[in-house]
Ligand binder design. Structure first.
Ligand code: VG1
Ligand code: CO
Length: 540
């Protein structure tokens, strides 16, 4: 037996949060840093000996070395089978699917998702449980506690494991199985959607472009959109996962996918444009000269998914995160569906999905998903849109504006103040928290505060309560702002403000509609005083 215990010491900065642990790549590359995390995950689990673990990553810098560390520690801890994507690659939704497909104990995914990659970028690790869902808070708290005290990890002295070809090999009592990362996922998508209808759509001359942002969805998109569905070769761009994402910031939004937005605004723009993020769980949809806001995308999915055969008899309800606009609520009210509003992060949806409270979930941050996997899923969402376009013969713009005609348009904008000093951000939030009880009735510019409250969530299934999930302020003109700090940044803090306002007229100027609420919020929060900034870093 070549299994040994290696001495280590805790890193006090290690905390397993919203989406696992994220940090600078250089931090992750410190001696035993990743080893401590992986061993602490296993030390927090019980009875996994002999069982199956799924492992993969989004291909970013350090993925190749990190995968070897995960594999060796997993062998040394006694897993019976480890299934790993070829080249160490798997998207987050594909990993989630494989966990349930292979009846696995859980899965480890190496990614910092939409954060930039490379030597000077970010790295990260997440753990998903046997349902395929992200680790719940009870488990992430346990992992954090273990990381604070770790003094050894189990290791196997072996040369690096070859991951370039599919196949099996045995090391000690563990079978390592290298699989094609795309195949099972692509098969699953064919069970859900009408591939023949989408194929016909492409045959009819419908033009399509997909941008993988040099991240993990490239191989998935190439195979699904071009090979299976017949989109012309070259429809999928930036399709090779690169360690630094070729310098792109793999966050599919108006700021970081500007090149795609420009392509979709040109005279010869394709009919449909899409992109996804670093680990493949987010997506953006664009029509010709038309941006589909993610909150509206969720509403379109809620309107049409129940008509697809796969969802027909299992459409229970919908959920959105609290900062997401209430466009989906308007559809749900019409279709008599229940709506849940949760804190930010996919793990809050998984209980609802598994207990058949909801079938469709979504976040304003370009993430949607259904009960098909317990993660948000970018390629799934794009296929859902293509299937809806194929069935309805409507363009993305028509699908969205048809809903606006029925329900009104929720004007929506997210302002991000990125990488600000963490102390400054905390002071701002403390001062806001102190103001909440006395804001009602106060006037800011031309608006009065109608209501202000701190968002506390009680899980309808577990009855667990989570407090302090953000602040909601409603104004006299019926505009609303939701305020919270990001939980995924790696440097300092990021303040996010989410503005929305329902109007029956949908041809108004977004900035003008939201301007009074933005002004009022800036003065309530005293942003220039606390953050020493006058304008947001990005508007997404
Ligand atoms: C962000 C998004 C949130 C999403 C999370 C993880 O979190 O706002 O909606 O669930 O990222 O997505 P935050 O705390 O920075 O606002 V991903 O694609 O990075 O796994
Ligand atoms: Co992601």
């Amino acid at each position: 037996m070549d299994i040994t215990a290696i001495k280590t010491e805790p890193y006090q900065d290690q905390k397993f949060g919203t989406s696992g642990l994220r940090g600078r790549t250089s931090v992750f590359m410190q001696k035993n840093y990743l080893q401590n995390v992986v061993q602490s995950i296993f030390d927090s689990l019980e009875k996994f000996e002999g069982k199956t673990l799924i492992v993969g990553g989004d291909g970013r810098y350090f993925n190749d070395k990190a995968i070897q560390i995960v594999l060796k520690i997993a062998v040394a801890n006694g897993f019976g089978r480890i299934i790993v994507g070829k080249n160490g690659w798997l998207s987050t939704p594909a990993l989630s699917h494989l966990i349930t497909l292979k009846n696995a104990f859980g899965g480890i995914i190496l990614t910092a998702s939409h954060n930039p990659g490379g030597k000077d970028g970010d790295f990260g690790i997440k753990f998903n449980i046997s349902s395929g869902a992200p680790a719940p808070v009870s488990l992430t708290d346990k992992i954090t506690a273990k990381m604070q005290k770790i003094d050894r990890f189990w290791w196997i002295n072996e040369p690096d494991i070859e991951l370039g070809n599919t196949g099996e090999r045995q090391i000690e009592n563990t079978i390592i199985e290298v699989i094609d990362p795309v195949e099972d996922y692509a098969n699953y998508m064919q069970e859900i959607f009408d591939f023949a209808a989408i194929k016909n759509l492409f045959k009819s001359g419908f033009t399509f472009t997909f941008d993988a942002m040099n991240a993990i969805t490239g191989p998935y998109a190439k195979y699904i959109f071009e090979k299976l569905l017949g989109a012309p070769s070259g429809s999928v761009t930036h399709e090779v996962p690169l360690p630094d994402f070729g310098g792109l910031h793999p966050d599919p939004n108006l700021v970081y996918a500007k090149h795609l937005v420009d392509k979709m605004s040109a005279d010869d723009a394709p009919d449909f444009g899409a992109a996804s993020d670093g680990d493949g769980d987010r997506y953006m949809i664009l029509g010709k000269n038309f941006f589909v806001n993610p909150s509206d995308s969720l509403a379109v999915l809620a309107e049409h998914l129940p008509d697809l055969p796969y969802y027909k008899n299992q459409f229970y309800g919908v959920a959105r995160s609290m900062p997401t606009s209430n466009a989906v609520d308007l559809v749900a009210a019409r279709r008599k569906l229940h709506v849940y509003a949760t804190p930010t992060g996919w793990k809050f949806f998984s209980n609802l999905l598994q207990n058949k409270k909801v079938t469709l979930c979504g976040e304003e941050s370009f993430g949607s998903g259904s009960n098909h996997v317990m993660e948000k899923d970018g390629i799934w969402a794009i296929l859902a849109w293509l299937n809806i376009v194929a069935l309805t013969h409507k363009t993305p713009q028509q699908l969205v504006t048809n809903l606006w005609q029925k329900d009104g348009r929720v004007y929506y904008s997210r302002h991000n103040y990125e990488n600000v000093d963490a102390e400054d951000a905390r002071h701002l939030m403390d001062s806001l928290g102190a103001q909440v009880p006395i804001l009602k009735g106060q006037k800011f510019g031309c608006l009065k505060v109608k209501k202000a409250e701190i968002f506390t969530y009680e899980d309808p299934v577990t009855k667990n309560r989570v407090s302090n999930q953000g602040v909601i302020i409603s104004f006299s003109n019926n505009a609303r702002v939701f305020i919270r700090l990001s939980g995924t940044g790696t440097v300092g803090a990021t303040l996010r403000l989410y503005f929305s306002k329902l109007e029956q007229n949908f041809d108004e100027n977004l900035d003008e509609v939201l301007a009074p609420a933005i002004l009022a919020t800036t003065s309530i929060l005293q942003i220039p005083k606390y953050l020493k900034m006058d304008v947001p870093t990005t508007i997404t």
